[in-house]
Design a protein. Structure first.
Length: 137
């Protein structure tokens, strides 16, 4: 009986250690995962190119920052890019709460929008809405 108990607690310990290691690895690579997701799924939804230089997420403090955001032009529009931002950052006030997100601080520097930015954003929003409607979301 003691042998079974020892095996049980060894397995529990191994699972706890693996969970901690997994959480650490996930937090280290979370920014890269989000960056890849935005650059892959973003263009499918908006039908324009979406590029990011870096994404930094800190789960413990609830902070996030995006460096080098470039949103491409909808079909039929000429450069410049409708949206570009050097740095976008936000800090969540209630990190860990599943029901509410309240942003305490948000900043975008420098934020550039093209002269026809509102018209372009309408086209991008229309593309996004049609993507969700097509999927029944």
């Amino acid at each position: 009986m003691k042998k079974l108990e020892k095996i049980f607690w060894s397995v529990v310990l191994i699972l706890v250690v693996l969970t901690i290691i997994g959480a650490i690895v996930a937090s280290v690579f979370l920014g890269d995962i989000v960056k890849k997701g935005v650059e892959t799924v973003g263009p499918q939804i908006t039908r324009v190119s979406v590029k990011l230089d870096e994404v930094h997420l800190t789960l413990l403090t609830g902070s996030a920052s995006v460096k080098g955001l470039l949103v491409g032009n909808p079909e039929g529009y000429q450069p410049p890019q409708p949206i570009s931002a050097g740095l976008i950052s936000a800090i969540e006030s209630n990190a860990g709460s599943a029901n509410k997100i309240a942003v305490n601080i948000a900043a975008a520097t420098p934020l550039n929008m093209a002269v026809q930015g509102q018209i372009r954003m309408t086209a991008i929003a229309r593309n996004s809405i049609s993507w969700f409607q097509f999927r029944g979301l």
